[in-house]
Design a protein around this ligand. Structure first.
Ligand code: ZN
Length: 155
């Protein structure tokens, strides 16, 4: 087990309480997501029992399955984020900025459970990402012209 020499001091009681509460929130969230994930799988399995549908139904069914596949992927990613945060809680690296090493403000962690950056470092990163995205967007315009897919995010 690697121990950081500089961060050896015990965390203040308030921070400990906060981290404990955060762990509970994360575990709750994970259970909820797993239950939703199960429901989705069950619904999909029931849908597969249907037989003898025509080509039109099949096409829309395929599309539905595609959507649910994407949703499950997203859920899986979320569960992975939760596991990752729980792991960081266990080795007490949770709540510390990955970039500058300072403690991330509790209000920020409450709003964004999975954040690994403090406000300042995140701002810096987003500024860089925006610049990068501008270049990407210009390239994507040409690819998107032929597509009628909706880009709406229903979250
Ligand atoms: Zn930072």
């Amino acid at each position: 087990m690697a121990k950081k020499a500089a961060a050896g001091a015990a965390k203040p009681v308030n921070r400990k309480k906060f981290l404990l509460k955060t762990r509970e929130r994360l575990e709750e969230l994970k259970n909820k997501l797993l239950a939703e994930f199960e429901n989705e799988l069950r619904a999909e399995r029931e849908g597969n029992k249907d037989e003898g549908m025509d080509a039109y139904d099949l096409a829309s069914e395929e599309r539905d399955r595609e959507i649910s596949f994407i949703l499950s992927d997203r859920e899986r990613l979320k569960i992975q984020q939760i596991d990752d945060a729980l792991e960081r809680l266990s080795d007490s690296s949770y709540g510390e900025c990955d970039s500058c090493g300072l403690e991330i403000a509790e209000e920020r962690l409450e709003a964004m459970l999975f954040t690994r950056l403090c406000h300042d470092c995140q701002q810096e990163l987003e500024r860089e990402a925006r610049t990068q995205r501008r270049y990407d967007d210009e390239r994507n315009v040409y690819r998107k012209l032929g597509s009628t897919d909706s880009d709406e995010d229903n979250l």
